[in-house]
Ligand binder design. Structure first.
Ligand code: FMN
Length: 187
């Protein structure tokens, strides 16, 4: 199994990154091959709604997001991890998702579903400083739309509230364990 983790946090070794890493470690302990993409390290533009957009599910803008399409294509499971920023996904996460509009267009308007090759497992991890369930719900609604475009079933979620300082999740062994177990369950 090849499991792709996508981190939408700008903080390396921040709460999102650490939880995602624990879930990937859980998957690796079951023999899965894993890879982590840190969106903040990629150079890509937000969707430009090109007037001459392709109809075949692909994006004509050649930047680092092209490698994400290839990794998602290969993935048996995709774990998206994003902090809550202003009540929803981080900009990095949303920017990546918008770049899948080409796939949405191919799938729903032109009957060319580039992710149809397999049914994927989708998981969502999120972290916030407050205790607002509605923020997680906002983010989850977008992730569900994204998963339907990449032919992934929304199978697992793990939301951690009350974490703000960088790395403060390390003081919560239970959260780290639950993230690890999410990785186990995916396999
Ligand atoms: C730009 C920005 C916006 C944020 N907005 C929210 C918010 O709306 N609600 C909330 O509970 N926490 C908010 N936070 C706090 C983060 O969700 C929190 O610090 C989280 O632990 C960061 O995860 P990270 O370490 O993976 O980056 C915000 C933080 C930043 C930097």
């Amino acid at each position: 199994m090849y499991i792709l983790g996508i981190s939408g946090s700008p903080r390396l070794e921040g709460n999102t990154d650490l939880l995602l890493e624990n879930s990937l470690e859980g998957a690796r302990s079951r023999g899965a091959e894993t890879e982590k993409v840190i969106l903040n390290n990629l150079k890509f533009s937000p969707c430009q709604e090109c007037a001459d957009m392709l109809n075949n599910g692909n994006c004509k803008v050649k930047d680092d997001i092209q490698q994400v399409y290839q990794k998602v294509l290969k993935a048996d499971a995709v774990i998206i991890a994003s902090p809550i920023f202003f009540g929803s996904l981080s900009a990095q996460t949303k920017m990546m998702i918008d770049r899948f509009q080409c796939a949405w267009r191919g799938k729903y308007l032109f009957n060319t579903d580039i992710f149809a090759s397999k049914k994927r497992i989708g998981a969502f991890i999120s972290v916030e400083a407050s205790e607002r369930q509605d923020f997680f719900d906002n983010a989850k609604a977008v992730i569900k739309n994204f998963f339907s475009v990449i032919n992934a079933v929304y199978k697992e979620e793990f939301f951690c509230a009350g974490l703000d300082e960088k790395g403060s999740v390390l003081r919560h062994a239970d959260f780290l364990k639950q993230a690890f177990e999410l990785g186990l369950r995916i396999c």
